[in-house]
Design a protein around this ligand. Structure first.
Ligand code: FES
Length: 106
């Protein structure tokens, strides 16, 4: 199990306990986390699963693929700590991951 901590734009925190095997985006949808849309179902083609990774976690995540990088480059409100959470596979190593959701995905 891994606990993923989502912090909404308004500061509301939601802790989600998930087993390994899925993606952080799917865990957010399954647990009705506001601010994550996931329009493309995780195909890395919509960027509506955009999140901001807590700086303490940036170096602990797997590197971004070129596909993810290119999609983020064309997205709104992107910061240095932006990641598409459909590209983050849940493993025990992500236990305690803190992600902030943007004000809007559109
Ligand atoms: Fe579409 Fe992540 S769900 S890019």
């Amino acid at each position: 199990m891994a606990k993923i901590i989502f912090i909404e734009h308004n500061g509301t925190q939601r802790d989600v306990e998930v087993g390994p095997g899925g993606t952080v985006m799917q865990a957010a949808l399954d647990n009705l986390v506001p601010g994550i849309v996931g329009d493309c179902g995780g195909a890395c083609s919509c960027a509506t699963c955009h999140t901001y990774v807590d700086p303490a976690w940036l170096a602990r995540l797997p590197p971004m693929s070129e596909e993810e990088r290119m999609l983020l480059e064309g997205s709104l409100s992107v910061e240095e700590n932006s990641r598409l959470c459909c590209q983050l596979q849940i493993t025990p190593a992500l236990d305690g991951l803190v992600l902030r959701t943007p004000a809007s995905q559109f």
